[in-house]
Ligand binder design. Structure first.
Ligand SMILES: CC(C)(COP(=O)(O)OP(=O)(O)OC[C@H]1O[C@@H](n2cnc3c(N)ncnc32)[C@H](O)[C@@H]1OP(=O)(O)O)[C@@H](O)C(=O)NCCC(=O)NCCS
Length: 166
């Protein structure tokens, strides 16, 4: 499935995305710093993105012909709902509306193609960019989950749960 809007394409990952994916990871593509900063780790990350399609729809975010990030609908265990997760872009692409466009496309895909009724996202309480992005894509805040996630530094952080339903 290939989704397009406003200069952005969401399509399945390909093996030839490796170099651009690695460059994007180096460009601080994730607030959580969990993405690979060595080529070997980037290869393993790409393998994971390519292989785990059964329980998730993982898309490469293509801007100007290159892979600049990722977006997924995961945890599609029950037929009606999924999590919008693994969403990140390289810093070079931030602040130009690509995040919002991508989340809108992903959401439309989930509702129209997968027949979902609910798409949700967990967002770090301090992640203003992500909160704004999801709100602009029509998601509503449903609550605050205290100490929801444990960071790699051993700190528990609060997360909001956001969702869009149809
Ligand atoms: C979250 C992320 C994908 C947003 O991508 P983006 O392309 O910059 O998003 P948009 O350009 O659509 O911006 C969305 C809104 O957030 C605002 N915004 C962006 N960065 C911001 C920041 N650091 N602080 C406050 N607001 C910010 C933008 O101004 C925009 O609002 P506006 O259109 O009213 O001006 C990107 O910041 C990112 O990759 N972050 C690191 C990974 C991450 O946090 N992922 C989300 C996990 S839930």
């Amino acid at each position: 499935m290939i989704l397009k809007s406003k200069g952005l394409i969401l399509r399945p990952f390909r093996t030839e995305d490796l170099d651009a994916l690695f460059e994007s990871c180096l460009d601080g593509g994730s607030a959580s710093k969990k993405h690979p900063i060595t080529k070997k780790k980037a290869e393993a990350y790409l393998r994971k993105l390519l292989s785990r399609q059964k329980d998730a729809h993982r898309f490469a975010v293509i801007i100007d012909g290159l892979c600049c990030g990722a977006m997924s609908l995961s945890d599609i265990k029950q037929s009606h709902k999924a999590e919008a997760a693994g969403i990140w872009l390289r810093k070079k692409c931030w602040g130009q509306g690509f995040g919002t466009t991508g989340v809108k496309l992903l959401t439309q895909f989930g509702f129209k193609e997968l027949g979902l009724r609910r798409i949700y996202a967990y967002i770090d309480k301090k992640n203003v960019a992500s909160i704004t992005m999801f709100e602009k894509a029509g998601y509503k805040r449903e609550g605050l989950l205290r100490k929801e996630r444990l960071t790699s530094k051993g700190k528990f952080v609060d997360h909001y749960i956001y969702a869009k339903v149809r």
